[in-house]
Design a protein around this ligand. Sequence first.
Ligand code: S3P
Length: 441
Amino acid sequence: MHHEDPQPMEFGPLGPLKGAATVPGDKSISHRALMFSALARGRSRIEGLSGGGDVMSTAAAMRAMGATIERAADGAWEVDGVGTGCLLQPANALDMGNSGTSTRLLMGLVASHPITVTFVGDASLSKRPMNRVIEPLSRIGAEFTAAPGGRLPLTVRGICPATPASHVLKVASAQVKSALLLAGLNTPGETRVFEPIPTRDHSERMLRHFGVDVRVGEHDGGRDIRLMGEAELQARAVKVPGDPSSAAFLAAAALIVPGSDVLIQGVSINPLRAGLFELLQLMGGDLVFENARDADGEPVADIRVRHSKLRAVTVPDRLVPSMIDEFPIWFVTAAFADGTSRAEGLGELRVKESDRIAAMAAGLAAIGVRAEESPEGLAIEGNGGTPVRGGGTIASQLDHRIAMSFAIAGLHADQPIGIDDMAPVATSFPPFRETIESLAA
Ligand code: S3P
């Protein structure tokens, strides 16, 4: 999806947030649902797919490589897959927009197919490091040419048959892990990935749902994943749960705006994604899971959140991977806690859609919150729950989560907060503003 005209907006107090809301389908799960259905033989049906721009980039790419992907009258998506090994050579470069997940996972998928694919993206995606995927995929025989520093535009020359490999992840990254597993689908024999630090396991769970032989062993605190290649994926029905990373903004808003009481329905509470919710509870936040249930192998619940007096915390190391996308909104939440909150070991945040440590430190300063940046962390001085000063204009830097984090801060600020560009929010949470306004009405 292409970034068009900037959309500047202001966010100020709207009063207490009350009532029930839903969030778009989980972005990580949506990408995988489309990719696996597009690779399966037969027709799959996906309910609750995210309609965000990132997931639409994946849909367009899978269409360009031969899948038929259509939206049915009832809003579900129907996908006719091509079969493993049968991805077609796309006619043009694939435009990945802002989406790192689409790019890295598809690099893996293409690596073991006999096709050559060029990936391009927006200014943010074109700054992001791809060597973390290029290096291990080169070991199976795929070839790459990339812009300096291993960046987009980038061309993958796939190899078929690829050589199966055993990989040890150097960065805790579900994208890298998934790229290697996806390459394994059309590779003869066993592909093995060891991750010393567990990361989101949606690929493992959903590949099993599509009938692939994936085994996960645990040792030394890490996970050893084995996938049997030349896998025939079976077409399936998939229900995508609500995105916890989008729910995080509503939960934070309810905690910081006095008088709020919100129910966020049908959200994934996969333990490898739910770190923020646990941390908010540790801070004294009144956040409870209700009606916990299973949706096609993913745990789901409704999340009830009420305004709370929050205490500062130091983020336990064990929670960092399971809240990696939630740090921007957590930094904002910490600004309303009593005392100074700290997080370290966040080096990966510097290579997300923006440098999220720098972008958040600058934004917090602009709205009157004291925050101190370290090479891999941030300390945030909380005000005990009073409104922040606000004012100023935030540079969202083509990063949806920076934009939404400061929009939430505006809900409890003395002066409205300006965001230079809310357009990037459409990558993950198109109805963000409407959802907040409906809870305020
Ligand atoms: C994702 C993995 C994470 C996360 C991203 C989505 C995925 O990235 O930040 O938003 O769907 O696998 P890394 O693998 O770079 O940690």
